[in-house]
Design a protein around this ligand. Structure first.
Ligand code: B12
Ligand code: SF4
Length: 458
């Protein structure tokens, strides 16, 4: 039995429009979900994994699979349906799962043979068994998995040549920020994989650099932080010789022992969602953690960087309180905090979030012809009507924000300070130049976007 697992591309997020380009933005990150699914698949299945970010293959020339499994974030849904249609036309049954299938069940059901909602661990073997007997059901639900059931992902089934391999050590988040789908999908309970499983899987990853995909690697409670320390100790002891980056909340900076252990275990960078430069903005987003009284963001960032860990700060443009001037305000805040890189994204209502419910009830979703419009749900296009910012305003604010933060003098200042602080100046330079390059490309993307979609914001 042949199983073909497919991660569809989103042509809009390619850096260059040539699909086969090596410089596709998402070639950097190795997609994890399908490697996990492969890890759950019994040996009688011959598995191939296609990541269309490496270039869409000629499906006609491939041996005919007995079953196709497709994953998709919302922004990949359009292409997912094209791929599904191709295989269904050949009579090959198609199963789709992942975040989009879970949040937009009815839409997906119309376009594939079978949908798996939730996490796959508890249900995938049954789906395969049914497929083998030609008795696939229209819908399965995996719910939330037991973390000891998460298999060692089949990292060997995808090509090398990604900048980062990927691993997951925890799922779920209790914080439930209004714009984020993680609590809705993975639940509010913070669930941790057994540490020996994580170490074993880390050892099986071939890439030298790894993205730990956890939404918050250190969690929120003292017992979560104690577990993170145990994990870091175990990774250091295993002497993996790998560098990894992760996502965490700003409380990562509050524990010197945690930082020292993370660095010793190979942590070289951390993504932190600052989200808004103002307390009103944080309240609007429900980002309670960043609202802790007396938090000195600059000192927190500096404490992390002292351990030679780069800090990437993420901010959102387009909150109800945001007015013209917000772009520069974010760039100034990010420079004041001293982050190494800034990632500014548009507030985007993703299906299944509280923000989606609110914007939909207020009739503020501008790009709402689905599934066609999903391709714009990359957080790099403004898909909604914003309270105090017209389409022109919000695009301009993002451009001003990046122009300010990634101006050559500011880049040089950051690189010099990393020389001075003896922290990877080369990585800082390359990272800053590549963010600057990406943002320059956004200008053209925005012009095209305005020409094609501008009338829908009136
Ligand atoms: C790592 C990551 C990335 C990596 C992705 C690498 C890759 N190609 O996979 C990068 C940095 C590239 C990325 C980019 C983006 N991301 Co992202 N990302 C994540 C993150 C943190 C982890 C994903 C992951 O690997 N999880 C681990 C795997 C094992 O879990 P999983 O994917 O859910 O898979 C399980 C189940 O869903 C199910 N399943 C999945 N697929 C299938 C298929 C079948 C057939 C079956 C049966 C089951 C099944 O089984 C798996 C095992 O249980 C998630 C948050 C999260 N907790 O999931 C956000 C998340 C997926 N990203 C999100 C977003 C919005 C984006 C971006 C649009 C914007 C951005 N700039 O971040 C881009 C879009 C990329 C694109 N191609 O268009 C949203 C998606 C919401 C949505 N409705 O789509 C999430 C949920 C975060 C959030 N804040 O809400 N992301
Ligand atoms: S943005 Fe981060 S902290 Fe907030 S709910 Fe999502 S994963 Fe949790």
């Amino acid at each position: 039995m042949r199983l073909c697992l497919i991660n569809p591309s989103n042509p809009i997020v390619s850096i260059v429009k040539v699909k086969e380009s090596r410089w596709n933005r998402y070639r950097i990150w190795k997609p994890l979900s399908l490697m996990v699914l492969a890890g759950l698949t019994p040996p009688e299945w011959e598995i191939s994994i296609v990541d269309e970010n490496l270039g869409a293959p000629d499906y006609k020339a491939m041996p005919r699979p007995d079953l196709v499994g497709i994953t998709a974030f919302t922004s990949q849904a359009n292409r997912a349906y094209e791929v599904a249609a191709h295989f269904r036309h050949l009579g090959v049954p198609v199963v789709m799962g992942g975040i989009h299938a879970t949040m937009c069940l009815d839409e997906v059901m119309e376009r594939v043979d079978s949908v798996v909602t939730g996490e796959a661990e508890g249900i995938w073997p049954r789906v395969l068994e049914d497929a083998r007997h030609g008795s696939l059901k229209r819908r399965y639900d995996g719910g939330h998995a037991r973390m000891s059931d998460v298999p060692i992902a089949r990292h060997d089934l995808l090509a090398t040549g990604y900048a980062f391999g990927a691993i997951q050590t925890t799922r779920g988040c209790p914080l439930n920020c209004s714009f984020c789908s993680v609590t809705a999908f993975n639940g509010a309970r913070y669930r941790q994989r057994p540490i020996p499983d994580v170490v074993r899987e880390f050892q099986s990853i071939r890439e030298k650099h790894v993205l730990v995909v956890d939404d918050n690697l250190i969690g929120t409670r003292p017992e979560h932080i104690a577990r993170a320390k145990d994990l870091f100790r175990a990774l250091a002891k295993a002497n993996l010789r790998k560098k990894w980056v992760a996502q965490a909340t700003i409380n990562f900076a509050d524990d010197e022992e945690l930082l020292a252990l993370a660095a010793k275990a190979g942590c070289s960078g951390v993504f932190i969602g600052f989200e808004s430069p103002t307390p009103e903005g944080l309240r609007e987003l429900g980002k309670k953690f960043n609202l802790l009284k007396n938090r000195d963001f600059r000192a927190s960032v500096r404490r992390i960087q002292r351990h030679r860990i780069l800090v990437v700060g993420s901010f959102i443009i387009g909150l109800d309180i945001d007015e013209p001037g917000i772009g520069i305000c974010i760039a100034e805040a990010a420079s004041r905090y001293g982050v190494d890189h800034l990632n500014a994204l548009f507030l985007t209502p993703l299906p299944g979030t509280r923000l989606w419910d609110q914007m939909q009830s207020e009739g503020r979703i501008a790009l709402d012809v689905f599934p066609e419009d999903w391709k714009y749900y990359t957080l790099t296009f403004p898909v909604a009507r914003y309270k105090h910012l017209s389409l022109d305003d919000i695009l301009r604010e993002n451009i001003y924000c990046n122009q300010n933060f990634y101006s050559m003098p500011r880049i040089l200042r950051r690189v010099c300070s990393s020389v001075w602080q003896r922290r990877e100046p080369l990585i800082s330079l390359v990272g800053n130049l590549s963010y600057r390059g990406n943002s320059l490309m956004d200008y053209k993307a925005y012009a095209d976007f305005k020409r094609q979609q501008g009338h829908r914001y009136d």
